[in-house]
Design a protein around this ligand. Structure first.
Ligand code: ATR
Length: 269
């Protein structure tokens, strides 16, 4: 019998993960099935218990359950604890182990796919919600020179900067209009792109050598990518991050890291 995995969410029909993992499995010769799992909004924990009872080996977690997922775990990896959210569950010998591969996926996309080192760079993170929180520790572990978090609600950015101050990398907080200077790497972790809304950052945050990455993706560049591109930056959307977070989850479960290039090419809308 093939090992069973799934992605839990509500809604779940739109999830791309069931298109990604079978390609990774075929590529690495792993015998597994990967399904969609719709959990009732008030029934996430019960759904996880059912999956464990049915012999599933693990699951990805997507909206709106990533924070609740941290609560059902019997053990949390450090990056999941720092993110305050879980996107990857492993069911092992009675334990439910939670990890978060979103931030590592972002870092892998920047460093491997875009070929941009984060070490010693100035990084600007736009947004201070769950997506931004998940990105912080993996970015910090790359040893950037500095991280500035800018958010519409400055107090939320300040709280996030305080939470991540203890890792020895300067992390500061600001409002969009007050961002000073230019940055090597600018990551848009606001949910604004969903509604076609641009975080109102000065164009001067981008320089000719900057990389601007939007965590969102679609068939066209986002408004943020258009803005950054006009200001001279190289741009990426969130598709690379999506396939990389899946590869990181696959590696946690199966102990082998797939090659993401094939999936990236297939999924490019
Ligand atoms: P996620 O899990 O996607 O990060 P979230 O936790 O709700 O979602 O956080 C959304 C982030 O996008 C926040 O930083 C939010 O700013 P506020 O903290 O001020 O609410 C930001 N955001 C949402 N819509 C935005 C918009 N139109 N312009 C700028 N920032 C926006």
């Amino acid at each position: 019998m093939s090992d069973k995995y799934c992605v839990i969410g509500n809604p779940i029909a739109h999830s791309k993960s069931p298109e990604i993992h079978p390609v990774y499995a075929a590529q690495t010769g792993q015998d597994l099935v990967y399904e969609r799992c719709l959990a009732p909004l008030d029934g996430f924990a019960a759904t996880v218990r059912r999956l464990v009872a049915e012999g599933y080996r693990g699951a990805n977690v997507t909206l709106p359950f990533k924070i609740e997922a941290a609560q059902v775990c019997t053990r949390l990896e450090e990056r999941a604890r720092a993110a305050g959210a879980v996107n990857t569950l492993s069911f092992e010998q009675g334990e439910i182990i939670g990890d978060n591969t979103d931030g590592p996926g972002l870092v892998a996309d920047i460093t491997r796919n875009a070929g941009v080192a984060i070490r010693d760079k100035r990084v600007l993170l736009l947004g201070a919600g769950g997506a931004a929180r998940g990105a912080l520790l993996p970015i910090i572990q790359q040893q950037p020179r500095e991280i500035v978090i800018a958010n519409r609600t400055v107090a939320t950015a300040e709280a996030l900067a305080r939470d991540f101050a203890r890792y020895g990398i300067p992390v500061s907080a600001t409002g969009f209009a007050e961002i000073a200077g230019s940055f090597d790497i600018v990551v848009n972790a606001t949910s604004g792109s969903l509604a076609g809304e641009l975080p109102p950052v000065p164009a001067a945050v981008f320089g000719p050598g900057s990389l601007a990455l939007d965590m969102m993706y679609g068939s066209r560049p986002t408004v943020f990518m258009d803005f950054a591109s006009q200001a001279g930056a190289a741009t990426r959307d969130g598709l690379g991050m999506l396939v990389e977070q899946a590869a990181e989850a696959f590696a946690i479960w199966r102990g082998v890291r797939p090659d993401t290039a094939e999936v990236f090419r297939k999924m490019r809308p």
